[in-house]
Design a protein around this ligand. Sequence first.
Ligand SMILES: C[S@@+](CC[C@H](N)C(=O)[O-])C[C@H]1O[C@@H](n2cnc3c(N)ncnc32)[C@H](O)[C@@H]1O
Length: 311
Amino acid sequence: MMLLSELKRRYEAGDNITRLLQTEPGINETRSIEIAYDLQAGSYARAALENPANWVDEARERTPILNRYLRPGDTLLDAGCGENTNTCAFVDQIPPSVRAYGFDLSVSRLVAGRRYVRQHWGETAADRITVFCGRMDRIPLASSSVDVVMTSHAVEPNRGQEAVLLRELLRVARRYLVLFEPCYEETSEEGRRRMDSLGYVRDLDAHLKALGAKVVERTGLTVNHKPLNPTVCWVCECTGDGAPDDPAPASDTAPEAPPEMAYICPVSGEPLVRLDDCYWSPGGLYAYPILQGIPVLKPEYAIILTRPVAS
Ligand SMILES: C[S@@+](CC[C@H](N)C(=O)[O-])C[C@H]1O[C@@H](n2cnc3c(N)ncnc32)[C@H](O)[C@@H]1O
């Protein structure tokens, strides 16, 4: 495969890295997506700062949808959160006791996002969002462990993996899965050609149906800053762990200390515990590094650690 330094040079010269990697031998699709997005780190934060109205408009349309399904005290996971530009745009408009989590393939984007959130949304917003690095086909979280799982154009670049990713998202969601994703079948011919060339997902309706997902809302959104890539919102009701009829907690105040997310090892499925500078699975005996303060919980970074010694 081409050296990362060469790819970085080509990215800075204006080449489309996704298209370039499509012809590179010896690289799998998820790794290509990671490289293409990691090279873009910082670009979403810059765009959000240069043109905040776009994000405000989007959030104005999307937040009421989320608020129909979120309840005080819920956990919310933004899968493929990138630089948290979207998460931030609605985090101050959802109940204050909701705790937000986000994960992404790219560490550089999560780090850029953490700086963006602190500098431009402040400490309170930053304290409400916990991020980790992970893969959507092997989410390092237990089944039915998050009240509401959402995505925003993050399933998008994973053509061919639609069923695997949707199944994982549905597995982790306890009450609802809210997808803000493009709909290939409702896009113009020009839009479809673009989606084909970039390897964007298709047939999401058919995949959800085949997975037995209960779609309770499906709305074409009107705010689309990329007309060739219009967004549809699908809401699926999940039935994990007594959901959705259990009573909501009465109080809506922010928790004093954020609850630690119950991570699991993406290789063994066993719970992870924090051990010095890593996460470790006493059942699975793998450890995962923490890089620039971000837990990297991807199967390819599982380190065999059968006899750890805590300091
Ligand atoms: C188009 S960006 C959207 C980012 C963010 N959701 C937003 O709305 O600004 C797609 C993001 O999804 C992430 N992503 C794509 N495929 C992924 C996968 N299989 N697992 C985890 N993250 C993924 C990318 O790294 C990228 O940050």
